[in-house]
Ligand binder design. Sequence first.
Ligand code: BTN
Length: 276
Amino acid sequence: MPWPTAELQRDLQALLPGLQVQVLAQTDSTNTRLIERARSDPTPMLLVAEQQTAGRGRLGRAWQARPGASLTFSLGLPLAPRAWQGLSLAVGLALADALDPPGEPGRGAAARGGPGIGLKWPNDLWLWDGPGRGRKLGGVLIETTGSATQRHAVVGVGVNIRPDAVPEGASAGCLQEICPDITPATALAQVAAPLLAALLRFQDTGFAPLQPAYAARDLLRGQAVHASGQPPLAGVADGVDADGALRLRGAAQDRILSGEVSVRFAGVPLPAEGPC
Ligand code: BTN
């Protein structure tokens, strides 16, 4: 697969000097590799894998992706935001804006009457199929390592590109449904610099300035949701706060800061999380 490694390294180094770009034909998990690497070498790195043999999703789940049909990469860098809350939302928003620019004619909102790519709190990209309907397109796994004062963040991203990214039977979406010519390499070229820029901005200003842009892609707003946790909660999603917490109406608790949320779109049960 041809990857624009030199161009990417040049563009990313303009934002963060020293950042290295590497593409591997196969590894266990790009997140695992970068977390281990950061223990001895904190140099920022973008690591792409054509195939992961032990890809990981949130909450200990596996992340499966067919080689050539998906984009799987991680971006590792020292990061020191005032608060970490809201980081996965900022990452999802940067990816969605890069792949589905807001207001661009022929794509996204203008063509489909809503966002081409929506966001499901806290870390999923979904293909927007209409009000109250969607399918998972990708996910974000953020891990950190280091000391309390010097944290290194690893932001892992998996996105379905071709229809065959999706294991049989799973109800998921892929990017080629809205961008027919896109490939893993062109998708990476589209998202890498905006993602890095978003991480550096988040370090300075946190999630609050992104709240309105997030709201425009918020798939959960107005939907009946269940939040797992102690105690489990049921309510209606009512947007996100300036710190990235999910607001709930009619639940025993009016906001949640982390966890997992499941939703039934248009009466069709869809998986809350997991590989596409
Ligand atoms: C989720 O939705 O549960 C998050 C999925 C994140 C998958 C990506 S693929 C690249 C990186 N390496 C991993 O092992 N996981 C993330």
